[in-house]
Design a protein around this ligand. Sequence first.
Ligand code: HGY
Ligand code: MN
Ligand code: MN
Ligand code: MN
Length: 414
Amino acid sequence: METLDGISTGRIDRLFAGIEAFVDPAFDGWTRTVFSPSYRAERSWMTEEFILAGLEGVRVDDFGNIVGILPGRYSDAKPIVIGSHTDTVERGGRFDGIVGVLGALEVAQRIKESGSVLNRPLMVIDFFGEEANPFGLTCLGSRALAGSLTVTDLERVSPEGKRLGDAMQSFGLDPSRAVSGKHPAQGSWHAYLELHIEQSSTLDQTGCNIGVVSAIAGIKRLVGRYMGQYDHAGGARMKTRKDALLAAASSALALHEFACGSPEYAVATTTHIDSLQLAQNVVPGRSELRAELRSTDSAWFGAIEKDLALRLSMRAAEFGCELDVEWFLDNEITHTDATLQETIAAASTSLGLTWTAVPSGATHDSVHMTGIAPMGMIFIPSIDGRSHCPEEFTPKKRHTQRHCGTRKKRPSGR
Ligand code: HGY
Ligand code: MN
Ligand code: MN
Ligand code: MN
């Protein structure tokens, strides 16, 4: 039986091997997207594993999340809640979210085996549908649990024309309960803690074992609609064309230059372009650019909309195109709880693990937990910082303690 620091890893190895069976074989890597048959099958398996782990009251809550409780000495004490998600992006990895749920099951079982009883209940949670989906709304289960999923959200329609509410219904959930307004009150949990892979390269580069997450990136999303002129690919003179795809491509570069000009990690931009024009022999007269910007640096991220809209319209004008910019998401930067940061840092040191404060460019279910409880996140390394791809990997063995130590300074939230 494999061990790590003298502790058997057999059980968690079995869980990792078990969950890997529930993927969509049509894709390489690990694909288990929300509403998919592989996700539905995995959640039945996961529910069984919650029961096998000795959790009580195992059920799917009103919001689609799988929950289970390890009772504490005082059943009415505010619970400590730990968990993450097990859905993936298409062609995703095997650690994003998953390590947080399997790790939480392992924590509960270790506590039970140790014979100690916590003063308060420990709730383990596998959040429903954290990843991006065709309805354009992530973190479905944690958002609903926090009371932020709305009746209007249920009317969101996928490109195939399906309503979110109907998709939830056919997945076996009752969407009306997810928006009923009956959800945990503000401050009703003692703490929420999420173990997650870093999905970037700070830990991999510094050689630190643990990331004490200081802040979680805010996200702004925009769609730019470029109106140029359809023309003949052979006849239209280059200097008189109004090529909407080139205008969008030039705008994508402008966003890239904006992000690369920001202080390290301040802003990350990711852009997708759809030329809306299939025929090869027609100059694209219309195009759509979808971009997202993420940052944990409030100084940079505050009011970028006006500046960026101007930059994009200048690029559009260079190609003789009109542009309509619509901002459709504005998630705030979320800071983690300072006391939990200290607790994670102290626990790491007491276990002989090195740690460093790390901002999260990825967003997480934990962002939606901050109203219900003080929130903390623990990162473990991602080799080469890779994630949302089959190459996503976290080593079982510890890093060499390269550049980092147990820094005295408190991990700052800002
Ligand atoms: O988009 C994210 O950052 C997360 O992985 N869903
Ligand atoms: Mn993810
Ligand atoms: Mn995740
Ligand atoms: Mn998450």
